[in-house]
Design a protein around this ligand. Structure first.
Ligand code: 5GP
Ligand code: ZN
Length: 106
């Protein structure tokens, strides 16, 4: 997936304002924020979308979702936040590397 922009961000080949990184996950601020705070959580390993996930991705999906409230609180959204996973062209997905939007106003 050498032409995937989020793989390049995960690999550090394209700069992004990262808010979190571990062995399997990266979180970074959306380049075009829809709220005061808007970051994306992605798996480092490429998967096109939620619709492409399998049972093997269960732990990764849980890890992304469990990180959302922790990172949201760290970014000033302790009072609450929205999450979104756009899936497929019909779902408004523009970047075909699975990502969870986390956003909200302080
Ligand atoms: P989608 O519509 O696929 O769910 O959302 C893709 C999101 O990725 C959009 O909110 C868009 O602003 C963001 N995005 C696209 N390209 C880049 C980029 O190069 N860097 C960052 N930080 N965000 C990006
Ligand atoms: Zn990718």
């Amino acid at each position: 997936m050498s032409d995937c922009i989020f793989c390049k961000i995960a690999a550090g080949q394209i700069p992004a304002r990262k808010v979190y990184e571990d062995d399997a996950v990266v979180a970074f601020h959306d380049i075009n924020p829809a709220a005061d705070v808007h970051f994306l959580l992605i798996p480092k390993q490429h998967v096109d979308s939620l619709a492409h996930c399998t049972a093997e991705d269960e732990a990764m999906l849980g890890r992304l979702l469990l990180l959302a409230p922790k990172l949201a609180a760290e970014q000033g959204l302790a009072a609450g936040f929205k999450t979104g996973i756009n899936t497929g062209r019909g779902g408004g997905q523009e970047v075909f590397h699975l990502h969870v939007h986390v956003y909200g106003n302080r």
